[in-house]
Design a protein. Structure first.
Length: 431
């Protein structure tokens, strides 16, 4: 591979787009370069349906609209292993209209119902920073592809943290926008009231560019005009945030100190209602996922991997009264979050309380006892699926060579301010 192409495959989306506009590289050359990298890193299990001739044809006709027809869409499952939808999802259509070349389908946790991307049908995905470790999930393949230079950017879904968790563990940027901002028509549902879609990218700028292309909005342009000096930042201190790995806690404190030096007003805030988010999320998701899969889980239970099958079967046992009570608690949590944004402009907390665990690792050992890895990974992300506020994960430092993700959370529909603070944190991390 030519040196300029090799460097471009690891470059941010904005730089790739600029090179294409300058005709320093052709779309076909770039697709071929990504394909070569994908073949050399097959052990990462980033893709289920890798780029092929279709991607090359799209590259050759990148300035033209292709006829609408779908691509094999498995949702990481055995049940849909040969399913080809009759049309693209709305977000895919919007990306094509913006001139994007769609590569293929990345690996994910089966039906996006899990946080490890240890897929029983399509292979256990591996963290590009350390192949012994998990990339997180469910959108693990998308984060792998971005970090390993297998594409310029990727899409993911996020029902309990599935964009932000792999972004944190692999070391890239992941944006979960405000609930409902991006349409999910054509996407395979998991939990209707919790599902979000969003970008995984190398930089905050790329996330903003891609979000605007997906939403038709101007959040990134607005973000560049946001004055961050004087913004009120709430450093979340509550039982849900603790415990943290010491290295993660240290990076959070360093980021808070750096923001103070740059004129932001950082103070501790508390949201005791957040202590109810774990059980509220669990009841809500189990019930909704079980409803979404009601026909298949009854007729073909053995067509699911063991972990997803058990979750769906347990979801069928959730009583209607329990679901209603969970929604009442959800409303209280949302009201509490609304109240805290009367006093601060942004919340800051870790994305995950741990760095990437080993593949197959089931528990995290704390001084206070053990916590399931799955529970630890969603502990700090799930609250913002319940409430629907925008949340951005940005890499900030490392612990023993593994990336740490910090999470910037904003008011509903305030992606511009979230992106602006995220860009500042990104800049501070590089100093």
């Amino acid at each position: 591979m030519k040196a300029p192409l090799a460097s471009l495959t690891a470059a941010p989306l904005a730089q790739v787009a600029q090179a294409l506009r300058r005709r320093a590289v052709s779309p076909v050359e770039l697709v071929d370069a990504y394909q070569e990298r994908i073949e050399r890193t097959a052990n990462l299990r980033a893709f289920i349906t890798p780029p092929g001739q279709r991607a090359r044809r799209e590259a050759q006709r990148a300035k033209q609209q292709l006829a609408r027809h779908g691509v094999r869409t498995t949702a990481g499952s055995r049940i849909l292993r040969d399913w080809v939808p009759s049309a693209d999802a709305v977000l895919v259509t919007r990306l094509r209209a913006a001139g994007a070349v769609l590569f293929g389908k990345t690996n994910l946790h089966e039906f996006a119902y899990g946080v490890t991307t240890a897929n029983p049908w399509w292979g256990v995905a591996r963290n590009p920073r350390d192949v012994r470790r998990s990339p997180g999930g469910s959108s693990g393949g998308s984060a792998i592809a971005v970090v390993a230079g297998l594409c310029a950017a990727a899409l993911g879904s996020d029902t309990g943290g599935s964009i932000r968790i792999p972004a944190s563990l692999c070391g890239c940027v992941g944006l979960k926008p405000t609930y409902g901002t991006l349409p999910l028509d054509g996407a395979v549902p998991l939990g209707w009231s919790l599902d979000h879609a969003g970008p995984l990218t190398r930089t905050v700028e790329d996330a903003g560019i891609l979000f605007d292309a997906l939403s038709g909005g101007r959040a990134w342009r607005q973000a560049q005009r946001v004055a961050t000096r004087g913004l009120r930042v709430g450093l979340l201190h509550d039982s849900i945030v603790r415990p943290l790995q010491p290295g993660v806690s240290n990076q959070l404190e360093k980021a808070a100190a750096a923001l103070r030096r740059h004129g932001l007003r950082v103070r501790d805030v508390r949201l005791p209602e957040m202590g109810w988010t774990v059980v509220t999320q669990l009841v809500t998701l189990r019930a909704e996922a079980s409803a979404a899969h009601a026909q298949w889980i009854r007729a073909r239970p053995r067509a699911y991997g063991r972990d997803v099958r058990i979750r769906l079967q347990l979801g069928a046992l959730v009583a209607g009264a329990d679901y209603v009570l969970a929604q009442r608690m959800r409303a209280k949590i949302t009201q509490a979050v609304r109240g805290v944004f009367d006093d601060v402009d942004i919340l800051l907390l870790p994305t995950t309380p741990i760095t990437a665990p080993m593949v197959g690792e089931r528990t995290v050992r704390w001084r206070t006892g053990a916590e399931p890895v799955d529970g630890a990974l969603v502990r700090l992300t799930a609250p913002f699926n319940l409430t629907g506020v925008p949340a951005l994960s940005i890499p900030y430092g490392e612990v023993s060579g593994l990336p740490v993700g910090l999470q910037v959370v904003g008011r509903w529909n305030d992606e511009a301010r979230v992106l602006a603070v995220g860009r500042l944190i990104e800049a501070l991390a590089s100093r």
